[in-house]
Design a protein around this ligand. Structure first.
Ligand code: SF4
Ligand code: SF4
Length: 246
């Protein structure tokens, strides 16, 4: 119902599905019926998406956002015609850009997987509303987007610190953490969307999740070495303070 609901994922998925162009239509800026002004969010997000498209080698002109009211039927028809002609001129997705379909698919899949990380990283900027439409053009730079993709964090669970409380596993939005009672938890790097939730969720007294930047992630702990031997079970030893989450 609101253009503010149009997520980065919807647009990139449309391109992944082979659409040659994506048009987002919203209500006129400043005329939102609600206090949310979601059309500004849509405008902001579209500019971010255009820069991401530029970064992966797609012509950002394949994406357009326009604003009009329910009474602007003629305007709507004109804009639709103009965008259709523009997309026809650009031709099939990737052709003008010289990117093979398979390579483009893999690039789009990688970016789609990173959407939660992108949105978290750009959270502050994504919330900005400007009165002047032109100010959005300068909100994101290509250098900034390059840095965003060059600084993608990875998360790793330290086998010496993990107490298998299970909090990270329950909070992970994509089920990327494997673990059970008395078993060091491990992160499936393929499934991980780098949202950082586990990093925030691991209790500070354990601080077992490490954020890794610019270096490879250590190999996962071998299955046979994942069992946690509680000191409380060792004769004469003190009890480790461990959450009873499981
Ligand atoms: S960063 Fe942690 S919580 Fe987020 S997806 Fe990866 S493993 Fe799951
Ligand atoms: S929240 Fe921390 S201590 Fe608990 S299972 Fe996850 S990594 Fe281990």
């Amino acid at each position: 119902m609101c253009s503010g609901r149009v997520d980065l994922k919807f647009i990139l998925r449309a391109f992944l599905n082979g659409q040659d162009g994506v048009f987002v239509g919203g209500c006129r800026l400043g005329e939102c019926n609600y206090t949310t002004h979601g059309n500004y969010d849509a405008l902001n997000m579209t500019h971010l998406c255009k820069k991401i498209m530029e970064y992966i080698g797609l012509d950002p002109e394949r994406l357009r956002i326009e604003f009009m009211s329910g009474a602007d039927g003629i305007l709507m028809a004109k804009i639709t015609d103009s965008f259709t002609s523009q997309v026809k001129e650009l031709g099939p997705l990737g052709k003008k850009e010289g990117i093979q379909r398979k390579k483009l698919k893999s690039k789009l899949e990688k970016v789609i997987k990173l959407i939660p990380y992108i949105k978290l990283s750009k959270n502050e900027k994504l919330g900005k509303h400007f009165d002047n439409k032109e100010e959005y053009n300068e909100l994101y730079t290509i250098e900034e987007i390059e840095n965003l993709f060059n600084e993608i964090p990875s998360y790793y669970i330290d086998r010496e610190k993990c107490q298998a409380c299970g909090i990270c596993k329950r909070k992970c939005p994509v089920d990327a953490i494997d673990g059970k009672k008395d078993l060091v938890h491990i992160i499936d790097q393929e499934k991980c969307i780098r949202c950082g939730t586990c990093f925030e969720a691991c209790p500070s007294r354990f601080a077992a999740v490490t954020k890794i930047l610019g270096r490879p992630v250590p190999s996962p702990v071998p299955e046979e070495e994942r069992i946690i031997v509680r000191k409380s079970k060792e004769k004469g030893a003190k009890t480790i303070e461990c959450s009873k989450e499981y």
